[in-house]
Design a binder for this molecule. Sequence first.
Ligand code: DC
Length: 241
Amino acid sequence: MGPENAIITIDGPSGSGKSTISRLVAARLGFTYLDTGAMYRAVGYQARKLGISFEDSKSLAELLENINLVLAPGDGDTRVILDGEDISLAIRTAEMGLIASQVSAQPVVRQKLTEMQRRMGEKGRVVVEGRDTGTVVFPSARHKFFLDAEPEERARRRCQQLREKGLAADENDVLAQIIKRDQDDSGRSLAPLRPADDAIIIDTSSLGINDVVLFMLEQVEKSEEKVQYESRDERIGKMIS
Ligand code: DC
């Protein structure tokens, strides 16, 4: 895979800055941004709407067979259209985050969404954001990042985001939800939240968004140069031998 069709994965817990940063990195590179969390949220939304238990794998499989989900770039967050209905805002509540986390622990849900994500990103030029994109969805992606931050800082950021969207947010409640979701996402046996062995880990607690974006772009550029040299050396090697 050449530099022009690279895949960049950005994983990390809620509030680590990953969505804002992923969007900016994608925009700077002219890549597509793929928000995998929005897909888990959409499945959770549909399950709740249809009254399906979040542990009922048979009904969840059926739901996934018939799901009509479209992700489109929006002004801020990704626009999420389910059966023609714009659910972009409805899926962003703290409650929907917890529901998404619950359905995401079901193997049938992970399998189907992983397949969809691979199809959406297979051509490259994509920044994929989530929890397992560097470990499971695109294990051979060339650029992998894992963003983290102190839980209190993540709760503060999350509240600010929710308030900017006009949604109610209490910092103590959000902190408790963040801790619970971290435990669930990291503790599950299937595709747990963890950095890939070859990911660059960045603690964003005391870093500005732009500093992180610039650092990441530098890392991408550096390793792209290395890949170009390597493939040039390989071509020269072939010509000589
Ligand atoms: O990134 P987010 O807060 O929108 O994600 C919501 C939930 O979806 C998260 O708590 C766990 C799940 N998720 C996942 O299991 N794997 C992903 N790649 C992305 C999200």
